[in-house]
Design a protein around this ligand. Sequence first.
Ligand code: FE2
Length: 215
Amino acid sequence: MNYSLIFNNMFTLPLLPYDQAALEPYISVRTLDFHYGKHHQAYIDNLNKLVAGTELEKETLESIIKKTASDPAQTAIFNNAAQACNHAFFWNSLRPAEAPAEDSQLKAAPAITPELSTLIDSTFGSLDNFYAEFKAAAVSQFGSGWVWLVKDGKTLKIIKTANADNPWVRGLKPLLTIDVWEHAYYLDYQNRRADFVEAILRHLLNWPFAEINFR
Ligand code: FE2
């Protein structure tokens, strides 16, 4: 038996940390089915094809990203490795939506942890100001990209990156991200990127994940 067929180093699609319906009504099953099942899967499949037989084949995703980020000859590998990584981080930046309130009032904002709540207030003035700045960054990102809440020393910062670029290659530590590629929202929100980002900010952000990343 050729064990190399079994014990290979193929990258695989990580499991979603929730059911595909868990983000509704803010992100539909249909969107997640395409975004996770088709787009994220394609980055993984492309990466496996691109690194097969190369010295990068046995490297970790993080190592591949750092080694290829500034090499124009390896842009395709970087793009697919970074997108594989960015999407895994994005799924974990979200948490299941709460059940609709019976009185049909707006759902409460996700519970932010006390330490981050203090930092959000001292950095941005208030949680609502943070939402506004994050949304402004998302709307002003020209074309495809990502918006990130990152750790900046002992405080916080919002940054945006184009295409597959991410904070890791800049030596920054991300806490949360929102994917603002059109494939992330077009089926549910068409061209209304701001509405998509607003819905995530107010209903789906996984603050406990951010807290773990901040430590
Ligand atoms: Fe995406």
